[in-house]
Write a protein that binds this ligand. Structure first.
Ligand code: FEO
Length: 404
């Protein structure tokens, strides 16, 4: 017996869960683990849709063997060549010698780059709109380049109206037997991890995500099967609405993210004053992060979520404090845009953080600077109170005037 889940009578989940991996892509913390989904369509022909990461190979191979029940595997359909979904291609070629591999020319290129196997005689190249008939089930292919790599394609199963969406609509988090969205709590804790996945993994490619959503706008979709996270069937509108917002870099809520770096507490003190006074003035959706403590992926996710941002940083080696530099580099790399931002900077003898942060923001798209950067020379002085109050009032007014 294997932990296989039925999606329909003929479509089975045969993937794996990893709760041991500390860092996804060796970068992103995984407190709740990660799911690698793979699906088997068992019709007149059998087709495996994607494989899994090498860490859970045994789960896939056991599940697949059990689900096939002695039948041969006719096709492996590859929606995405990143190794967290393609690690078992070589192994499957050995286990299932008659198996054909379905992908596009870019898929083939990447297979040849990653592996030393000759698959030319078993590769089936498809184009946008091509179909693969398996019997009662037919897969129609939609290319979705750069959601998240250039070879990515989706497929739509016409009988059951299921979209197989590669990384799109994925989340961090292993599932606990509960595979479908209606079997789990998709509240704040869940959505925070879904947002952290989107913003950090796919966030850079908002226009490509938007193009894919547009391409599928008239397709009747009853279920979305991503390569990570739950199968969406009851809360389709919830995740589609989030993707519409995220792909346009539109905030979900009015709120202020305060991300500060501080070596000896002086910059932190000003961040705390700003937070307290904003709260006093009725801005209650405030989320503070010490950039030296919190992994940037969590801060990036909240920057995607909320409308406003306060960045506070010391100068360090005549440059920006390293953890703030990392965060701002990440913001630019992930195409963060359309946020209203205030800047606080500290410097004892040659302050530079304020001008670097402002320049960084100017290099991003549509980042509105609130007021003037607030400059601390070593430590906040009471004589600066009036100037700081002006900035806090400007942030407050901007939050209140923002329409979501
Ligand atoms: Fe889940 Fe882009 O790989």
């Amino acid at each position: 017996m294997q932990p296989i889940r039925k999606i329909t009578d003929d479509i089975l989940w045969v993937g794996g869960n990893d709760r041991r991996l500390a860092l996804f892509e060796n970068i992103f913390p995984l407190p709740g683990g990660i799911t690698y989904n793979a699906y088997l369509i068992a019709d007149e022909k059998t087709a495996l849709l994607d494989t899994v990461d090498s860490t859970v190979t045994h789960q896939l191979l056991n599940n697949l063997d059990s689900a096939l029940g002695g039948r041969k595997l006719d096709y492996l359909v590859i929606h995405h060549m990143e190794p967290d979904h393609s690690a078992e291609i070589e192994q499957l070629c050995l286990c299932y010698p008659e198996m054909q591999i379905v992908g596009n020319p870019k898929t083939l290129q990447f297979i040849e780059q990653f592996f030393d196997i000759d698959i030319a005689d078993r590769f089936v190249a498809v184009k946008e709109g091509d179909e693969l008939n398996l019997g009662k089930h037919t897969l129609r292919f939609y290319f979705a380049p750069m959601v998240h790599w250039p070879e990515v394609m989706f497929s739509y199963e016409k009988k059951e109206k299921i979209l197989f969406s590669a990384d799109a609509f994925g989340t961090f988090g292993a599932f606990s037997g509960n595979l479908f969205d209606d079997e789990m709590d998709c509240g704040d804790e869940f959505m925070n991890e879904a947002r952290r996945y989107y913003s950090n993994i796919v966030g850079k490619y908002g226009s490509q995500v938007g193009a894919a959503l547009k391409k599928l706008a008239d397709v009747d979709i009853k279920m979305i099967c991503s390569l990570h996270g739950p199968i969406w069937r009851e809360k389709l509108s919830l995740i589609l609405d989030k993707y519409n917002r995220w792909s346009q870099y539109a905030p979900e809520e009015k709120g202020v993210v305060i991300a500060y770096g501080s070596m000896y507490g002086h910059t932190e003190q000003v961040a705390n004053i700003i937070a307290s006074k904003l709260a006093e003035k009725g801005v209650h959706n405030i989320h503070m992060y010490d950039v030296s403590k919190t992994h940037p992926s969590y801060i990036i996710a909240d920057i995607f979520r909320f409308s406003h941002l306060v960045l506070a940083s010391p100068t360090y080696n005549l440059d920006l404090y390293l953890p703030m530099n990392t965060l701002m580099h990440d913001m630019a790399a992930l195409s963060i845009q359309n946020r209203k931002t205030a800047v606080v900077a500290n410097g004892t003898w040659a302050p530079a953080a304020h001008s670097i942060m402002v320049k960084n923001l100017e290099n991003m798209k549509n980042m509105e600077l609130i007021g003037e950067p607030f400059l601390i020379r070593s430590a906040f002085k009471e004589a600066q109170s009036e100037q700081l109050d002006i900035l806090i009032d400007q942030i407050c007014t901007s939050v209140h005037e923002t329409k979501i």
